[in-house]
Design a protein around this ligand. Structure first.
Ligand code: ZN
Ligand code: ZN
Length: 426
């Protein structure tokens, strides 16, 4: 069996649909322009992907001397011609790469390329404008300015069916947003970021989109609790978050899932254990509960390793509660090189122990492929569809900006155990 920290070859390059976020919370949906990941590494002053990962884990150094340099370097990773994919190094004059003045997001090596691309780019220019603001505003999650504080739900969870319902319970957000919008970190951001500070209304919308992504995680878990018909008011519940990685654990705080307590006020105790080989060191890195903590609170812990190892080394030894529900955000079955290495043992474990499970997907294509995998494993898929609490923040396919964006937790699949017909045959 592989160790808890599977080593990647030095030559590892992310596959075409995987998602990475760096230490400062910037996402990139990688990577089909040849050489681009090398460019990112060069910009970060790192020699290979191992260096990059070490820096993400806080074990290596990040080559920034100032915020300005950090934002500049990150902006540089978007500098390639959106039409012919040329990188600045392959141009006679690297400065000839010019940004689309409408979105300030995509670059062109020449007027010709820009003209040629416009019929396609015009469909995405407006979204990409938002994307380029959001990827800066996202930094405020890492500074702790975001998300904004939220209210206890005044309605039962089952009656809150969409974001509009949720927002209507929040009351006037203005006094909560004001200090964020006028705060020091927001000012620093636009002093150092590679674009002028947007209009106030635009900024508010961006803050909302970034927060919607943050809240989409606890809300997806809440949706899973409801799908499973678990009752958090009758007993404490344990949720295992499988395949947790940078998105959930980088800079994570022990309060990150507190929205669940606002969703189920006065619950008997909720525990979320994040498990994955890419879990990042931080305050949530602590043992799971053996006895339940205080009522009405969410307790987060984390384990770095594959889920079936966690099961063998911790759950089976009675050092962690068995899960009432297993949730996975964007497992990316399609991106893993052979299901066998990563997900297969986990999926078989979930199936054979008949554990209620809910996984989310970025888009239609990932949903279709994931369903195919689950069907091949003869899983009993009980429900699937668009997630009403999908993130509202568009994710650019970094190296192919002129493609429809993805959204975190946009779709979900709820499944449990083997299909009945298969059980009869056994
Ligand atoms: Zn070009
Ligand atoms: Zn544009």
């Amino acid at each position: 069996m592989a160790g808890p920290d599977p080593a990647l070859p030095d030559s590892f390059t992310p596959s075409s649909s995987s998602v990475y976020s760096d230490q400062f919370g910037f996402y990139s949906l990688d990577c089909n322009v040849p050489g681009l990941s090398k460019v990112i590494l060069d910009k970060l002053n790192m020699k290979d992907y191992k260096d990059y990962r070490a820096a993400l884990e806080g074990k290596g150094k990040v080559g920034f001397r100032s915020y300005k340099e950090m934002f500049q370097n990150l902006e540089d990773t978007y500098k390639f011609c959106a039409c012919c994919s040329k990188l600045p190094v392959s141009l006679p004059d690297p400065k000839a790469l010019k940004r689309c003045i409408k979105c300030l997001n995509v670059y062109y090596c020449s007027k010709d390329c820009q003209k040629k691309d416009w019929s396609l780019h015009k469909k995405f220019c407006k979204t990409l404008h938002a994307v380029s603001i959001d990827r800066l505003v996202e930094w405020l999650v890492h500074t702790g300015d975001l998300p904004f504080a939220t209210e206890v739900w005044s309605r039962p969870a089952k009656d809150v069916r969409c974001w509009d319902d949720w927002v209507s319970m929040q009351g006037d957000l203005t006094p909560r947003l004001e200090p964020i919008l006028s705060g020091k970190n927001m000012t620093d951001l636009w002093t150092n970021g590679c674009r002028p500070r947007p209009e106030e209304a635009e900024l508010r919308e961006s803050v909302w989109r970034v927060c919607s992504e943050f809240f989409s995680r606890p809300l997806a878990i809440g949706l899973g609790i409801q799908e499973t018909r678990l009752d958090p008011y009758s007993r404490p519940l344990t949720v295992h978050l499988v395949g947790a990685g940078h998105d959930e654990t980088l800079g994570a705080r022990v309060t990150d899932m507190d929205e669940l307590s606002r969703m189920f006020p006065g619950h008997q105790g909720l525990e979320v254990v994040m498990v994955g080989p890419e879990v990042v060191q931080g305050p949530i890195m602590r043992p799971p509960l053996r006895a339940f903590g205080p009522r009405g609170r969410v307790y987060i812990s984390a384990y770095k390793g594959l889920y079936h190892q966690f099961w063998e080394e911790v759950v089976e030894k009675g050092e962690a509660a068995k899960p009432d529900l297993v949730v996975g955000f964007h497992p990316g079955f399609h991106a893993s090189q052979g299901l066998g290495e990563g997900w297969l043992p986990t999926l078989l474990l979930l199936r054979d122990y008949s554990i209620p499970s809910m996984f989310t997907m970025y888009n239609d294509a990932e949903l279709t492929y994931s369903l195919q995998i689950l069907n091949e494993l003869e899983m009993d898929v009980k429900d699937t569809g668009p997630n009403p609490f999908s993130s509202q923040k568009p994710e650019q396919v970094q190296t192919s900006p002129n493609k429809p964006p993805s959204y975190c937790n946009a779709f979900y699949i709820y499944f449990q155990g083997l299909l009945e017909t298969q059980q009869e045959e056994e």
